[in-house]
Design a protein around this ligand. Sequence first.
Ligand code: HEM
Ligand code: HEM
Length: 389
Amino acid sequence: MTPHADRYNAVAVFMHWLTAFAIIGMLACGWIMSDMPKDDPLKFPLFQWHKSIGITILLLSVFRLVWRLTHTVPPLPDTLKAWEKYAAHGVHWLFYALLIIMPMTGWAIVSTSRYNIPTMLYGVIPWPHLPILPTLENKQEINHVFSNAHGFLAYLIVALLALHVGAALKHHVISRDNVLLRMAPKVLGGILKRFGGPRALGMALFALAISASPAHAKDWTVDYTQSKLGFIATQSGATFNGEFKSFKTGIDFDPEHPTTGKITAIIDIASVTAGNGERDAYLPQSDWFDTRNFPQATFVSTDIGASCDGTDLHGNCGCYSANGTLMIKGVAKSVSLPFCLKPEGDHWRAEGKIVLHRADYHIGTGQWSSDDLVKHAVDVTFSIAAKPN
Ligand code: HEM
Ligand code: HEM
């Protein structure tokens, strides 16, 4: 996996979900079989399945750990706070440890059992007991220790799983970043592609969430015929202008109480034009915007400030700053979007500019990655005409 990949590769995704389902099944199986009365005819076969699948998890996890230690994984988005990154990595490494310790304690239980039942994986492959343990004098006490440890670790896995799943869902539903999507199986992506790709579906759900949000009760109506989202970039020392012809913004904003507002935008990246046919042909390609996989960019404000923090916008206007998350090409970053609001005829106009660095969003990779031919700094400008409802 390249250091800048934005999702886990097929091996990592396959191993993750195979293990996840196996562990959840094993927890259920463990508790069910342990609670069964001794004479239940299902008890013995369940124990055998539990042991077979548990040993398989052990072998897969050793392979997975080696794979993990020899590969780089996509870095977590910069929008995560330092403690969130530590917590995420902490939970991941604890999981890796448990995926090995948990089946080892199970293996130790059967190796110290006074019944000395041999293990046949899936009824066909003989599996030995751990060395030394079966010959120990006090193996019954040791058996108790491992049995208690096995039961305790099961609860620890459940607690970690709650944190892990809670965090994954929080990222998807509240932070709306790509943390969950980057571990989503490609096969799911293939099915979703029929509906425009997983990200498009994500964005559609996201758009639905925006429009359903109660904060939108008194939003503004944007006049797109008089609005523009453009950019100014530099190629071979000469600047050129570009534009995204199609975008949607949601504005819920009271200039008297700006902090209660919310601003969102969904930009249709394929609508980009950059002043000449050659540029228009290569911008959608994978080195640049990769519009097939990343058809939309999004901005969601988290808070709006009542000043533009010294940014030199035009005078005679109310100056604000929309802070939030901008996601382009699957990369989410915190940005502060200064804008100036002024009356214009029967409506208002919001104008602003932000300097983005294309390399931050992996735009213009490979032969384009240097700053020499196409400058990394790009001015993104917007001018939006809107009326409060
Ligand atoms: C017992 C079941 C599970 C185990 C043992 C497990 C374990 C792990 C581990 C070890 C990683 C780190 C991968 C790496 O960076 O090497 C990981 C990542 C991840 N898991 Fe799970 N997981 C489980 C269940 C789930 C479930 C049910 C979900 C979804 C709701 C989920 C979502 C994710 C996501 C989104 C990541 C990627 C996080 C990132 O981007 O760094 N996992 N999981
Ligand atoms: C890999 C993940 C594993 C998970 C998540 C798991 C989970 C569980 C759970 C939840 C229980 C019930 C604990 C209780 O009621 O106190 C249990 C019991 C048991 N497990 Fe596992 N197990 C795993 C692997 C294994 C392996 C590899 C073996 C043996 C080769 C094994 C052998 C047993 C035995 C013999 C019991 C009976 C209860 C006891 O004597 O303490 N387990 N397991």
